[in-house]
Write a protein that binds this ligand. Sequence first.
Ligand SMILES: Cc1ncc(C[n+]2csc(CCOP(=O)(O)OP(=O)(O)O)c2C)c(N)n1
Ligand code: SF4
Length: 248
Amino acid sequence: MAVVFERPKSLIQQKFHYCPGCHHGIIHRLVAEVLDELELQEKTIAIASVGCSVFAYDYFDVDAIQAAHGRAPAVATGVKRSRPESIVFTYQGDGDLASIGAAEIIHAAARGENITVIFVNNAIYGMTGGQMAPTTLIGQETTTSPQGRNPKSAGYPIRMSEMLATLPGVTYIARTSVHDPKHVRETKKAIKEAFQVQVEGKGFSLVEVLSACPTNWHMTPVEALDWIKKEMIAYYPLGKFKSAEEAK
Ligand SMILES: Cc1ncc(C[n+]2csc(CCOP(=O)(O)OP(=O)(O)O)c2C)c(N)n1
Ligand code: SF4
């Protein structure tokens, strides 16, 4: 019988610990498929951050380092500069990247570091129990905004991709989603483009992926898909905010 579906080589044979309906697993798989297709597994170094994906090194079959909250872009900078022949990527949640790590990501992008960032935006701090993140939507209920996020006291959700795309150091930025198969395919394409930018030595690339956290959104996995489609994409439009052509 012809094999039509296989586990990517760049993923370890291990069950994910993520909750039912969580998108971290899909996004891991897409990254692994891209590493396989570009034949990068042997030269890739992953930088895991904190959050539910803290154990990314248990899943990606590549060398990996775990960085403290928000510091992944700084660690990636050091690794890439000392081993420029390696392919270096960070895998970060929105709490990690847009909150305590805001300075790190902005300055790595401004410096145009030749690294790839996979930014998983689920609009919440997943691992620590569903607190408000910089990306939490207006009116969204979280454990630290039980009445819904109020912009008067908590400010507005930050559109990181749009903001980072204004920096001249940035080469490639896209926002995608994985709420249906079409968007899963588009996400893979964007992740592939981002890694290609690094392979060609063209500079900083980032893919923001809108992702579900059914557990802390208190929704079923199916309701969570709908919430991404209706609520998240309305505030976080999908698309390419900077491409290698524009960055020339
Ligand atoms: C230096 C440091 N500060 C705080 C924490 C606590 N912490 C662990 S996970 C986390 C939230 C991560 O949320 P996010 O980045 O959105 O990832 P998710 O769990 O949603 O995937 C925090 C604050 C930590 N581990 N290290
Ligand atoms: S808490 Fe949320 S982000 Fe974490 S594994 Fe569960 S669904 Fe995924």
